[in-house]
Design a protein around this ligand. Structure first.
Ligand code: DC
Length: 225
C-alpha cells in the first residue's frame, strides 16, 4: 500500500503526540516527536552550560550532539536518545519546558534538527508532530493536520501530566509556561508556528482520543486511495 507522510502541528499540549502515536501504531508507521529533539538539545545545553546567545558556543555544542529515536521494548513507543542515553523522561521536566522555546528560536539549532527530520522522512511511512512540520520540514506532505484545543483544556491536560511526576507543581506555573511557549513559538522569526494553507484543522477540546483517531484514519484513507 502507498506510504505517505503525515504531519501534525499545533499549539503546546493539545494532544499532538497522543494522536501521532495512535496513528503511527494503527498504520505501522514510524512516529517522530520533533519537539523531543529540541528538548534534548536544550537538556544538553543546560547540562554543559552552553551560552546559547553565543553562535560559536552553539555551533561547537551541536557538533557534540547525536540524537536517535529507538523503540521501547515494552511499550513499543519511540523514545529519544541523546548521545546514547535515553532522555525521554528527563526532557519532560518543567525546567526544560521553561527554556526549550528559547533554544528553538536559534537558526543553527533549527537547521540541525530539520536536516535530521527530513532524512527520517525520506522513505515516507512516517508521522511527525511539532510546530513547523507541515510548513517547513515537509511542505509536500500528503496529509497535514493542525491541532488545537481550548486553553483551559490544554492547561488541565498538561497539569495532570506534570503533577503525576511532581506534586509540587501548580496550575499557575503550567498555565504561564504554556502561554509563554505559545507566544514564542508563534512569534519567532524562523519557522514560526502557523497553520499550513492545506492543513486540516482538528479541534479536540470535546472529542475522545478514539474519536480523533477515527477522524484522522479517515483522512489518511482518503489520501492513500
Ligand atoms: O511539542 P513540545 O512541547 O515537546 O515542543 C517543545 C518545544 O520545541 C516547543 O515549545 C517549541 C519547539 N518546537 C519547535 O520549535 N518546532 C518543532 N517542530 C517542535 C517543537
Amino acid at each position: 500500500m502507498k506510504k505517505i507522510i503525515v504531519t501534525i502541528d499545533g499549539w503546546s499540549s493539545c494532544g499532538k503526540s497522543t494522536l501521532a502515536r495512535q496513528l503511527a501504531k494503527a498504520l505501522h508507521y514510524r512516529y517522530i516527536d520533533s519537539g523531543a529533539m529540541y528538548r534534548a538539545i536544550t537538556l544538553f545545553f543546560l547540562r554543559n552550560r552552553v551560552d546559547w546567545t553565543k553562535d560559536d558556543e552553539v555551533n561547537e555544542a551541536l557538533k557534540n550532539i547525536e540524537l536517535e529515536f529507538c523503540p521501547n521494548e515494552n511499550s513499543g513507543d519511540t523514545e529519544i536518545y541523546l548521545n546514547g542515553e535515553n532522555v525521554e523522561y528527563l526532557i519532560r521536566d518543567l525546567i526544560i519546558a521553561e527554556k526549550v522555546s528559547e533554544v528553538a528560536t536559534i537558526g543553527a539549532v533549527r537547521l540541525f534538527a530539520v536536516d535530521q527530520q527530513r532524512k527520517m522522512g525520506k522513505k515516507k511511512g512516517i508521522v511527525m508532530d511539532g510546530r513547523d512540520i507541515g510548513t517547513v520540514v515537509f511542505p509536500d506532505a500528503e496529509l497535514k493536520i493542525f491541532m488545537t484545543a481550548d486553553n483551559a483544556v490544554r492547561v488541565e491536560r498538561r497539569f495532570r501530566e506534570l503533577f503525576a511526576k511532581n506534586p509540587n507543581i501548580t496550575i499557575e506555573e503550567v498555565k504561564n509556561n504554556l502561554e509563554m511557549r505559545d507566544y514564542i513559538d508563534s512569534h519567532r522569526e524562523i519557522s514560526p508556528l502557523r497553520q499550513a494553507d492545506d492543513a486540516i484543522v482538528l479541534d479536540n477540546s470535546n472529542i475522545t482520543p478514539e474519536q480523533q483517531l477515527a477522524l484522522a484514519l479517515d483522512w489518511v484513507k482518503q489520501k492513500i486511495q
